[in-house]
Design a protein around this ligand. Structure first.
Ligand SMILES: [Zn+2]
Length: 271
């Protein structure tokens, strides 16, 4: 669909971006401020006047999680959405409260990390791939959560070193420990030297370590292609959450909501 540009405006005032709506904030009765993760310029905020009006041409193309091509006008203080054309709406994510909460958490984490504009396309690809698999139920949502979290940390340069034991270089050990504060591994032989009273340690059984290494080191095209057992998945989620809590301060409300939604379901399964 051709996008018309108002001839009275300077050409330099218009930019065309492909972006995902990672946040939205209502302003008054009809307007919204959208936060976009754009491929071209990283994270941008843009006002979307009239988007909440029934007849708005924008509303179907700029919903939360929606991936669209946007034409923005760059004013003196902010961007304004002139038009948008949906590429993928992620409509079904917004129809499921659990998926909606988890997807919102992914977007919160992305906002917290705020990728530099020159790397933004990599981050956007990770977010889009994760949202697509979540929407289509093609992976366990808990697995998707850990993949997204670790891979995002890796892109941002916050990944731990899980190649081998930090003391002796051992690759595999039944009693391998993860030291989340330092972001390193420690085998059972090296533990007496590397682990002190105040050191936080987390056992990582071989299957969990294998999953962690896959997430951190697999090429993009194989990132989501691995299976992990139920027990290992629980452990994987625990290790991931612990590391994130120690190294970031996201305080995501969406994560709190997600946990409240899934915990009662888990308790029921156990009973
Ligand atoms: Zn060692």
């Amino acid at each position: 669909m051709p996008i018309s540009v108002c001839p009275a405006m300077s050409e330099s005032g218009w930019i065309r971006v492909t972006g995902v709506v990672i946040r939205q904030r209502d302003i008054g009765e009809h307007d919204r401020i959208l936060t976009l993760l754009t491929r071209e310029h990283g994270i941008l905020e843009a006002s979307a006047p009239g988007i909440k009006k029934v007849k708005s041409k924008l509303s179907g193309h700029a919903q939360l999680f929606g991936y669209s091509e946007f034409l923005l006008f760059q004013g003196r203080k902010n961007y304004r959405v002139r038009s948008a054309q949906s590429i993928r709406s992620f409509f079904h994510l917004r129809q499921d409260v659990v998926k909606m909460a988890l997807a919102s958490y992914f977007c919160d984490l992305m906002h917290y990390i705020s990728p530099a504009p020159e790397d933004a396309w990599n981050y956007q690809r990770l977010l889009l791939n994760t949202l697509a698999l979540l929407e289509e139920d093609r992976r366990d949502e808990r697995q998707l959560r850990s993949i997204f979290e670790w891979r995002l940390l890796r892109l941002a340069g916050f990944a731990p070193n899980l190649v081998a034991c930090d003391g002796c270089g051992a690759y595999q050990d039944e009693g391998m420990l993860f030291l989340p504060m330092r972001g390193v591994l420690c085998c059972s032989k090296c533990a007496p030297h590397l682990v002190h009273e105040e050191t936080i340690t987390t056992p990582v059984p071989p299957a969990v370590l294998q999953a962690l290494r896959h997430i951190l080191y697999a090429p993009d095209d194989r990132l989501f292609s691995f299976r992990v057992g139920e027990e290992s998945l629980e452990r994987l989620n625990f290790v991931t959450e612990q590391y994130l809590e120690l190294h970031t301060n996201t305080a995501s409300k969406a994560l709190k909501i997600y946990k409240e939604l899934v915990l009662p379901a888990k308790k029921k399964e156990i009973e």
